[in-house]
Design a protein around this ligand. Structure first.
Ligand SMILES: *Cc1c(COP(=O)(O)O)cnc(C)c1O
Length: 497
């Protein structure tokens, strides 16, 4: 299996190289040259294995340059029972006849990012040992809240790595901010930027593709890589849990062999739903891929019109991890529906960079039938949290609520009765204020953030996650704030180059 770039067809590299580089030098994203196939028999066989076994079976199809021993080492290290609050790793919770919630937030930072970011440091260190010698890897992260913490937790004190995280100063929840500013570890730095997530993401991308800095780094035995979902090492582990959810529904006799399921994904950078799209293309019986946006509904508009247009107001919502106007991983879908044409994709991406918008052709539009896009307003999101709590006693976070609200719009419109998996991307404890406001604002308004944590634990009848307990008393270590134009300078200062 080889990887090429969505913007340069002459590139053909191994998975280890793609993982260490993170992003291609000309700004394209790495994609496998073909998508591997699994049969129903494979799916049934994988179904008898524990989560780690399933992960190995899927990963080895994509990371063909990794040995069996290397994969074992990576997967067993990442999905340790002690790091996850459920030994199933990603349990399914049935909330109605049709709908099950896939809890992807049982990892150490309470967000779905852990599913890939617990594994990525292992993949990266094995990859680096194959492709780079005597080089320290510098992980640059732009975060809308959850990636930052999950990457810090995954990479802290990992030999030969250093990690720098940039987050939008007013664009994350109080819990997300505390999780990052209290981070320990001898190789970690955290910096708030005066700007939004898109500013952070484009700042990081431009540092990545700046050949002068790269040269300077190489002289100092440093190399950049990315822990953002542009890294193919993030995407592959995310395919695993869709396969897992399918075999689980099969085992529970919710579906019969080969029966299709729908998948609903609260979407920001288009990484999680892209993994579901890959799973479908591998042969997993998936019907619709429901792409749920919040009020930053650039993807909804794209799916309805074929026009991607980032020229609009950036809104801060109660689902901050989805407050994104430039959805990076969409590029991998564009490349695919352009028939794998790097040229066609490159031209659209330069229009995006120059004018802030592009329109796909009719033949590309015709290939988007797998997707249904819609969005939920702030009120619809809050109403959904309240309704599900009142109906079932189960409390979901704001991001998951966007997905549940959009799913309702989808079934109201289509009457589709297909069994459905809703990806639940964060624990409600990370967004306690918004969640409790949704349930009863008058009652909870005057309480402090941590009083709300205890109250949520009471009403949902679940223990406070360890990650939240940990930040209750932890001292703030990282106070750095910089202008969005000073990111490069900040990186140089921290690394002393
Ligand atoms: C990152 C994140 C998302 C968006 O996922 P993408 O892969 O960027 O589409 C949704 N919900 C939560 C809680 C997240 O942390």
């Amino acid at each position: 299996m080889y990887y090429t770039s969505t913007r340069d067809k002459s590139i053909r590299i191994s998975s280890a190289e793609a993982i260490t580089k993170g992003i291609s030098a000309e700004g394209g994203l790495f994609v496998p040259t073909e998508i591997p196939h699994i049969t129903l028999d494979d799916i049934k066989r994988i179904g008898t294995l524990p989560y780690t076994g399933r992960a190995k079976e899927i990963l080895k199809l994509y990371l063909t340059d990794f040995t069996e021993d290397e994969l074992n080492y990576c997967v067993e290290g990442a999905y340790k029972k002690s790091s996850f609050s459920s030994e199933k790793i990603a349990p399914l919770y049935k909330i109605s006849d049709k709908e099950s919630i896939l809890e992807l937030w049982r990892g150490p930072t309470c967000a779905f990012k852990d599913m890939a970011l617990q594994l990525l440091p292992y993949l990266l260190s094995v990859s680096a040992s194959k492709t780079l010698k005597d080089t320290k890897i510098v992980i640059l992260v732009a975060t809308s809240g959850d990636t930052g913490k999950a990457a810090l937790e995954g990479f802290k004190d990992v030999d030969n790595t250093q990690i720098l995280v940039f987050y939008p100063v007013d664009g994350v929840s109080p819990m997300q901010k505390l999780q990052m500013t209290t981070q320990e570890g001898n190789n970690v730095s955290v910096c708030a930027i005066k700007g939004n997530f898109d500013d952070a993401q484009s700042g990081v991308k431009s540092i990545f593709t700046n050949s002068e800095i790269k040269k300077k780094f190489a002289e100092n035995h440093l190399a950049f890589s990315s822990a953002n979902s542009i890294n193919i090492g993030r995407l592959v582990p995310q395919i695993v849990y869709y396969v897992y959810a399918y075999v689980k529904l099969l085992a529970n006799e919710e579906i019969s062999e080969g029966e299709k399921i729908n998948v609903v994904v609260p979407t920001g950078n288009f990484g999680n739903i892209l993994a579901a799209f890959y799973a479908k293309n591998m042969g997993l019986p998936i019907g619709k891929l429901v792409c749920a946006s919040n009020e930053n509904k650039v993807l909804y508009d794209f799916f309805s019109t074929g026009v991607y247009d980032r020229n609009r107001e950036f809104k801060l919502t109660s689902s901050p991890s989805m407050d994104i106007l430039i959805s990076s991983n969409l590029e991998r879908l564009i490349y695919r529906i352009a028939g794998g044409s790097a040229e066609a994709n490159r031209s659209l991406m330069s229009q995006l960079k120059e004018n802030g918008h592009y329109e796909i052709t009719d033949s590309m539009k015709a290939q988007l039938d797998d997707f249904y896009g819609n969005y939920a307003s702030e009120k619809e999101t809050a109403d959904t949290i309240k309704a599900i709590y009142e109906d079932t006693g189960y409390v979901i976070d704001t991001h998951t609520a966007v997905a549940a609200a959009v799913y309702k719009k989808y079934t109201d419109n289509s009457g589709d009765k297909t069994k459905t998996v809703i990806a639940s991307t964060a624990s409600p404890f990370k967004f306690t204020r918004s969640v409790m406001d949704a349930i009863d604002k008058a009652k909870y308004d005057s309480m402090t953030d941590f009083e709300l944590v205890d109250e949520l634990s009471k009403i949902a009848n679940v223990a406070v996650p360890q990650a939240i307990e940990d930040i209750r008393t932890a001292p703030v270590i990282h106070n750095r704030v910089c202008d969005r134009t000073q990111m490069e300078e900040t990186v140089r200062k921290i690394l002393g180059v």
